[in-house]
Design a protein around this ligand. Structure first.
Ligand SMILES: C[S@@+](CC[C@H](N)C(=O)[O-])C[C@H]1O[C@@H](n2cnc3c(N)ncnc32)[C@H](O)[C@@H]1O
Length: 222
C-alpha cells in the first residue's frame, strides 16, 4: 500500500454502499456515460478503484468480464458479491504488463493523492489497442472550489488551483466531507493521460440542467 494511500473508505464502506446503491439520476448518468464510452467487447475489464462494485453490471452487460481492485477491504466486502476482487493499490496493480484489453476507473480520480500514477499504471497493464474509460467528477465544476448549492449555476473560486487534499464541500452530507478529495484540474488530468501513453479518443460530459457534474473519456493504448 502506498504510504499516503490510507484506505479511508474502510470507516465509511457501509455508508458508501447505501449511498451508491440508492441509485437515482446520478447513478443513471454514471452508468449511461460509462456504457457509452466503454462500448461492447470481450475479455477482462479491470475496474480500478472498484469500491463496492456498484458499476460491475455495466461492463458485464456489454460483454466484458469485470474484475475489481481497490485498497479498502471494507469496500471490497460489498464488491465481492458482484465481481471477482483483489485488495490492491491502484498505483501498483498486481497485473502483468500489456495483458488487458480494457480498464475503467470511475469516481475515484479525486480519491488518490497521485492520479497520474494510476494512469501510468493503467497504461502499463493495457495491451496495445486496449481501452481505458476514465469517469469522474467534473474537474471544472465539482470540488471544494465549486459552490453547487444553486441547481442551475456553479460558482467557482480561486481554490480551483489548489491540489491539496480538502474536506471542504457545499454539500455537508456527501462523500467529500467524510473522506476528502485531491482536486485534479482539467489540464492536469488531460496532460497526465497523454503523458501516460494513452490516446484520447472521445470525451463526454453529463449533468443536470445542462450544468455538468461528470467528465469522462475513452482513451486507447497505442
Ligand atoms: C468514491 S469511491 C468510488 C468507488 C467506485 N469506483 C464507485 O464509483 O462507486 C473511491 C474508491 O477509491 C478507492 N481508492 C482510493 N485510493 C486507492 C488506491 N491507492 N488504490 C486502490 N483504490 C483506492 C477507495 O477505497 C474507494 O473505494
Amino acid at each position: 500500500m502506498g504510504a499516503t494511500s490510507t484506505p479511508a473508505y474502510d470507516a465509511h464502506a457501509d455508508w458508501y454502499e447505501d449511498f451508491i446503491s440508492a441509485g437515482g439520476d446520478y447513478l443513471r448518468r454514471v452508468h449511461g456515460t460509462l456504457a457509452d464510452l466503454l462500448g461492447p467487447g470481450e475479455g477482462t475489464c479491470l475496474d480500478v478503484c472498484c469500491g463496492t462494485g456498484a458499476h460491475a453490471a455495466v461492463p458485464s452487460s456489454l460483454g466484458w468480464t469485470p474484475v475489481g481492485m481497490d485498497l479498502s477491504g471494507g469496500q471490497l466486502r460489498h464488491a465481492a458479491g458482484r465481481l471477482p476482487v483483489a485488495r490492491v493499490d491502484a498505483t501498483e496493480l498486481a497485473v502483468a504488463g500489456a495483458s488487458l484489453p480494457a480498464a475503467m476507473c470511475v469516481l475515484s480520480s479525486t480519491d488518490v493523492p497521485d492520479y497520474p500514477a494510476v494512469l501510468r499504471e493503467v497504461a502499463r497493464v493495457l495491451r496495445p489497442g486496449g481501452r481505458f474509460v476514465h469517469l469522474g467528477v467534473h474537474p471544472c465544476f465539482v470540488g471544494a472550489f465549486a459552490d453547487r448549492s444553486q441547481r442551475r449555476s456553479v460558482v467557482v473560486d480561486e481554490r480551483y488551483a489548489d491540489r491539496s487534499r480538502s474536506f471542504a464541500s457545499w454539500n455537508t452530507s456527501g462523500v467529500r466531507v467524510r473522506v476528502g478529495a485531491w482536486h485534479v484540474p482539467l489540464a492536469d488530468l488531460l496532460n497526465a493521460t497523454v503523458t501516460a501513453g494513452l490516446r484520447l479518443v472521445r470525451i463526454a460530459e453529463a449533468g443536470p440542467d445542462g450544468v455538468p457534474d461528470l467528465l469522462g473519456f475513452l482513451a486507447v493504448k497505442d
